[in-house]
Design a protein around this ligand. Structure first.
Ligand SMILES: NC(=O)c1ccc[n+]([C@@H]2O[C@H](COP(=O)([O-])OP(=O)(O)OC[C@H]3O[C@@H](n4cnc5c(N)ncnc54)[C@H](O)[C@@H]3O)[C@@H](O)[C@H]2O)c1
Length: 363
C-alpha cells in the first residue's frame, strides 16, 4: 500500500499538564508529516478524553489504556489505523509499550531514555528486529541544525577545521531539583525521583542521557569506558541528582561528562566542547543557533543557522532565514519529518537519526 502524507500518529502519554507530549504533537504536525488520530493519553480515562477533545482526537479513538488502543487500532481498516505510536510516558512504561506496539505492527517513536535496564533495551531491539518496522528514539538535540553542523565538521577529520578529535567536555546542568520538589505533589519531580518509574539513574537517566548522546552524535564515536560517581544531594532522595564521569571514546579521544539537577538557578544548560589536533567546537543548547569554532590562527568564529555556508544536512534542518531564532521544537520536528520520510519511502532510517543504538542496547 502506498504510504502518503500525513502519516497517522497515536500517542501514549501526553495528558493534561504533561510536558513532552505536547512538544511531540507540535513537532509531528509542524511539517504536515503526521496527523494525530488516536491516544491513550493518560492513565486516567477522563483525563485522556479531556485532552483528546482539546487536541481534536475523536472520542472513540481516545482509549482508556494503551493496550486497548493497540488492539482497537490494529482492528481498524488499514487506511484508518494509526501507523506510528509515539511513547511519551514516564520511563518505566517505554519498553512494554514499545515491544507491544512493534509486535502489533506499528512503527515507534519513543522519548529518551530508551528504557530503565539493559535487559529491557535488548528486548526492544529484538522486537524491532523481528518487526521490520522503524524506531525513532527522540534524542531531539540531534535534530538541531548546529549540532548536525558540528558532527559534519568533526567527521571531516584532518581535512576539516577540528582535525583528529582529542577531547570532549559535555555537561547538562539544571537546578529545578535543588530542593525536595517531589514531596510537594509536583508530578514530574515525583516520577523522576522514584526509581520504580524513572529507573535507577536519576539525573543520569533524565539528562545525563542527553549529554551522552550529544557526545557520541557529534564525535561520531561510541563511549567505550568510563569512571564515574553519582550523588544525591537532597536528603532522602532515592536516585542521583548529580553525576560526573571521565569518559573514553572508541577512536582514542577522552573527556568529561557532568550532569546535575541541583545547580541552583540553571535552566537547561546542555553544552558541549570538542577539541582536536587543529581546532575546537562549542555548542550551547540555550543559544542553539550559534556554533563557535576555535582555531589557533583565526580566533573564535561563529557559524549560525540559516546560512548557505552550512553543510547540506544542517541547511535542510533550518526553517527560517539567518537571524530568526529556531530551536527546541524545530529539532524535534526535524526528527519527526525525517522519520516520516523514511516510513513513506520504505528506506532504512538515515544514519544521523537516533534509533535503537542511541539507546545503548549492549548488556
Ligand atoms: N527529549 C526531551 O527533551 C524530553 C524532555 C522531557 C521529558 N522527556 C521524556 O519524556 C517522557 C515523559 O516526560 P514528561 O516530562 O512529559 O512527563 P509528564 O509527567 O509531564 O507526562 C507523562 C504523561 O504520561 C501519562 N501516563 C502515565 N502513565 C500512563 C499510562 N499507563 N498510559 C498512558 N499515559 C500514561 C501521564 O498521565 C502524563 O500525561 C519521559 O520518558 C522523559 O524522559 C524528554
Amino acid at each position: 500500500m502506498t504510504t502518503t502524507y500525513p502519516l497517522r500518529l497515536a500517542m501514549v502519554g501526553g495528558g493534561p499538564g504533561a510536558f513532552i507530549g505536547a512538544v511531540h504533537r507540535t513537532a509531528a504536525l509542524m511539517d504536515g508529516a503526521f496527523t494525530l488520530v488516536a491516544g491513550a493519553l493518560s492513565s486516567d480515562p477522563a483525563k485522556c478524553q479531556e485532552r483528546a477533545a482539546e487536541w481534536g482526537i475523536a472520542p472513540e479513538r481516545a482509549y482508556d489504556s494503551w493496550r486497548e488502543m493497540l488492539a482497537a487500532e490494529q482492528a481498524l481498516p488499514e487506511e484508518m489505523r494509526a501507523q506510528v505510536i509515539s511513547i511519551v510516558t514516564p520511563n518505566h512504561l517505554h519498553h512494554e509499550v514499545a515491544i507491544a506496539a512493534l509486535h502489533a505492527g506499528f512503527h515507534v517513536a519513543c522519548d529518551k531514555p530508551l528504557t530503565t535496564t539493559s535487559a529491557h533495551a535488548v528486548a526492544i531491539a529484538d522486537a524491532l528486529e523481528s518487526s521490520g518496522k522503524l524506531f525513532l528514539l527522540t534524542h531531539n538535540y540531534t535534530g538541531a541544525p548546529m549540532v548536525r553542523e558540528a558532527r559534519a565538521l568533526v567527521a571531516q577529520g584532518e581535512e576539516g577545521p577540528i582535525g583528529t578529535l582529542r577531547k570532549v567536555y559535555v555537561e547538562y546542568l539544571q537546578g529545578w531539583l535543588s530542593e525536595d520538589l517531589e514531596t510537594t505533589g509536583q508530578k514530574q519531580a515525583a516520577w523522576r525521583t522514584d526509581p520504580k518509574r524513572n529507573g535507577p539513574g536519576g539525573s543520569l537517566g533524565d539528562i545525563g542521557t542527553h549529554a551522552h548522546n550529544l557526545a557520541e552524535f557529534i564525535s561520531g564515536q561510541r563511549i567505550t569506558r568510563l569512571l564515574g560517581s553519582r550523588r544525591s544531594f537532597v536528603e532522602g532522595r532515592a536516585v542521583d541528582d548529580d553525576a560526573m564521569a571521565m569518559i573514553e571514546f572508541e577512536g582514542g579521544a577522552d573527556g568529561m561528562l557532568r550532569c546535575s539537577q541541583v545547580c541552583v538557578g540553571r535552566e537547561n544548560g546542555l553544552a558541549i566542547q570538542l577539541f582536536g589536533t587543529k581546532g575546537g567546537l562549542e555548542w550551547r543548547q540555550e543559544h542553539p543557533n550559534d556554533l563557535t569554532i576555535y582555531s589557533a590562527t583565526e580566533g573564535p568564529l561563529t557559524r549560525r543557522t540559516g546560512n548557505g555556508y552550512l553543510s547540506p544536512l544542517a541547511q535542510s534542518s533550518c526553517r527560517v532565514p539567518p537571524g530568526h531564532p529556531e530551536g527546541y521544537l524545530e529539532s524535534f520536528a526535524n526528527l519527526y519529518r525525517e522519520f516520516a520520510d523514511a516510513i513513506r519511502s520504505g528506506d532504512p532510517l538515515p544514519t544521523h537519526l537516533p534509533s535503537i543504538e542511541a539507546g545503548n542496547t549492549w548488556t
